[in-house]
Design a protein around this ligand. Sequence first.
Ligand SMILES: CSC[C@H]1O[C@H](OP(=O)(O)O)[C@H](O)[C@@H]1O
Length: 353
Amino acid sequence: METLRWQDHTLYLLDQTQLPLTETYLTCTRWPAVADAIRCLAVRGAPAIGVAATYGAVLGAQKIAGETTDAAAFGDRFLAVCDALEGTRPTAVNLHWALARMRDVAAAALKTDSCTAVVGRLEAEAMRIDEADREINRRMGQFGAAELAQLGRPLTILTHCNAGALATAAFGTALGVVRALHAQGLVRMVYADETRPLLQGARLTTTELAADGIPVTLITDNMAAWTMKTKGIDAVIVGADRIAANGDTANKIGTYGVALLAAAHGIPFYVAAPVSTFDRTLEDGTGIPIEERAADEVRQCGGLATALPEISVFNPAFDVTPHEYITAIVTEHGVLHHPDSQVLHEFFRKEGI
Ligand SMILES: CSC[C@H]1O[C@H](OP(=O)(O)O)[C@H](O)[C@@H]1O
């Protein structure tokens, strides 16, 4: 099972809305199909939607190059495709920087190359972004495992949502750390929040970890506090969709509550995210756009969509955890402890990023 595959100028996307019952792939030959897949969470997870969007942009470029040889016309139409793909979901910053790279490649190539040649350069850039994500996640996994191994015993971990291979091109961010720990025999149990309303934890995290032979126990979101109190949780680790310059972190709705619970129980709370998830244009988390989704996603369980059609629903897909509640952020360049503006500024300066 792979999140996505680019082959013969076609993007194959694992349709995650059908998991775990059915493993089926969407065959995307046109960019709108990729936009729809991102919008309905057939492909989801900050890195995965960034990679998928770049291949969607290549599909758009392929079509445009088949219809015009005029560089200006190509450029205008390609920007419109990138804008449409970027408008599919607002919170995950990966979608935005990945498409910015595609726009930059197109703008530079159009100065000298034919439209057909520009498509080739765009495809090469998308493949670079795809391959880089796979390598970054493995490096991040090693840094995270080295950090958590210092707790000195096989670990009982709690995680929220799915920040696994299914949220990335491969291997995962938070679950990449879990995989690296498991490879060292350092995972006693992973408690996975089901993660209402779309159940990424119940449907995806349990499936991923069980498939890799990693011990996993499913809990409902409202069990997290009692699980922390009674099951000896050693650490919480989650992914991220966007991290502000002071370390405030946007992640799946419910993450903020888990961070508060971890603090109340004296449990370290880790975020695993590549440096590309940092948005240093934002001073703090108040500027992070929070996606709100359809009411029926909340009402879908228990027949509520039928029983309570007129009840108003609040359905933010993400929340923001203040950096004060984050023990450390694990990246592919190392671990940022007690993140704040100064720690992040010094980290980026030292790493030359
Ligand atoms: C490694 S990023 C995964 C991140 O994305 C998820 O959101 P969604 O399933 O809506 O794309 C969730 O916030 C995960 O932590």
